[in-house]
Design a protein around this ligand. Structure first.
Ligand code: UGA
Length: 435
């Protein structure tokens, strides 16, 4: 099948590369000429495991193309995906849909044959209706259907998530569009991925509900972690104890410094706004957002406490800056709030991250970036594990201990064992576990 993908960002690039790997002919379109030129030259603008190999293979096989020319890409396309950004609008937390609507106008001008217009970007309920209205208004003659097909990929595991999804949600009541979408996702039947057809609005809402539910799950276990610290419990055991109940499920129960990233913070806010506008407020999600915001600064207080109540003039080594491992994404990373709070309290910060330093430089100032965890530990009065990169899981702890000015380790991801760290002479604290 022939597919056009508008937006060569994270979602568009991963989806485009995966569809082409299934054998479809995919053209990724972006207005950013520099980005398209880089992609044509084999330069992938984001870090995602396996992506550059996947792109290279499919470009070589002539199934994956990059262009700035939407009209050309639409000539033969049976489906065009809108995979542009929907950032939080400054000031009110609503999703900014200007890129989506611009894509709709561009499609309207270029459409030549029956085309399924698919919104893959995360968009508020009712956006599909507006996309349809825009195209219809500009091109009353056009034959098309607007479908919502939200994506559920995680950064760092995006290719596996795309190829082995738990489900695919397709929001449309147009029979012809259903057939096109079925054909498009046919390669996934082998993995028995359920293809759920719903109304368009339901599909749009499903995406927000999924992310808000996951954010709630994380926030719930984070609060239980705080309680564990007070009453003397172990949050990892609680998580296992509740997670083995199938009704609860074991995933997304890792306590930590609070969720971050390009999706949960933005999507929870957008859901809250939509719900308020419609007079059906999602109070649980409102609380989740407030609790998660407070948590990041609370993590800085934890570090300050571990250093006896003051970090003024003390050196704090930070391991991990990105919002999670296997990405270079710094958007809403807990490290930003934690480091800023530590600096406000007078700390000197040294930090190491395997992939995130370039992005971190844009959002954090006065940080000394170093090339290894050992350099981050050198002379540090405390070492704080903020992101659970694999490279931090088997450190030479004796060496770390010898390099540090003071052996204080604050492990915000619970990657080490308290008893082992104590035996090595560390003053070790973690999240929701007895000291
Ligand atoms: C999330 C969803 O998991 C995807 O299904 C969704 O498609 C995506 O948002 C999106 O809307 O595009 P992502 O933001 O890449 O994916 O990352 P997650 O793995 O979900 O992690 C999000 C945050 O939650 C991270 O800061 C992570 O450290 C934190 N987290 C996750 C925890 O603190 N504990 C957990 O148990 C799980």
């Amino acid at each position: 099948m022939q597919v056009a993908m508008i937006g060569a960002g994270y979602v568009g690039l991963v989806s485009g590369a995966c569809f082409s790997d299934f054998g479809h002919r995919v053209t990724c379109v972006d207005t950013d000429t520099a980005k398209i030129a880089a992609l044509k030259a084999g330069d992938i603008p984001i870090f995602e495991p396996g992506l550059s190999e996947l792109v290279a293979t499919n470009v070589a096989a002539e199934r994956l193309f990059f262009t700035t020319d939407l009209a050309g890409a639409l000539e033969e396309a049976e489906a065009v995906f809108i995979a542009v950004g929907t950032p939080s609008r400054r000031g009110d937390g609503h999703a900014d849909l200007s890129y989506v609507y611009q894509a709709a106008r561009d499609i309207a001008r270029a459409i030549r044959r029956y085309t399924v217009v698919v919104t893959k970007s995360t968009v508020p309920v009712g956006t599909g209706d507006e996309v349809e209205r825009i195209i219809r208004e500009l091109r009353p003659d056009a034959e098309f259907a607007v479908v919502s097909n939200p994506e559920f990929l995680r950064e760092g595991a995006a290719i596996t998530d795309f190829k082995r999804p738990d489900r695919i949600v397709v929001g449309t009541e147009d029979e012809r569009a259903k057939q096109v979408m079925t054909d498009l996702y046919r390669p996934l039947y082998l993995n028995q991925a359920p293809l759920l057809f719903t109304s368009r609005r339901t599909a749009e809402l499903t995406k927000y509900a999924a992310n808000a539910f996951l954010a709630t799950k994380i926030t719930f276990i984070n609060e239980i972690a705080d309680l564990c610290e007070k009453v003397g419990g172990n949050v990892q055991d609680v998580a296992r104890g509740i997670g083995l109940d199938n009704r609860i499920g074991s995933k997304f129960l890792h306590a930590g410094p609070g969720y971050g990233g390009s999706c949960f913070p933005k999507d929870t806010l957008a859901l809250i706004k939509t719900a308020q506008d419609h007079g059906a407020p999602t109070r649980i999600v409102e609380t989740v957002v407030a609790v998660n915001d407070q948590r990041k600064r609370a993590m800085a207080r934890k570090v300050i406490q571990a250093l006896g109540g003051s970090v003024r003039g003390r050196t704090v080594g930070i391991l991990g800056l990105t919002f999670k491992p296997n990405t270079d994404d710094m958007r809403d990373a807990p490290s930003i709030a934690i480091i800023t709070a530590l600096q406000d309290a007078g700390a000197i910060v040294r930090a190491h991250d395997p992939e995130g330093v370039e992005q971190a430089r844009l959002v954090l100032s006065d940080v000394t970036y170093v090339d290894s965890p050992y350099e981050a530990a050198t002379g540090a009065d405390a070492l704080v594990i903020v992101t659970e990169w694999d490279a931090f899981r088997a450190l030479d702890l004796k060496r770390i201990r010898a390099l540090m000015g003071q052996p204080v380790v604050v492990d915000l991801r619970n990657i080490y064992r308290s008893d082992e760290m104590a035996a090595l002479g560390f003053d070790y604290s973690s999240v929701g576990r007895e000291l």
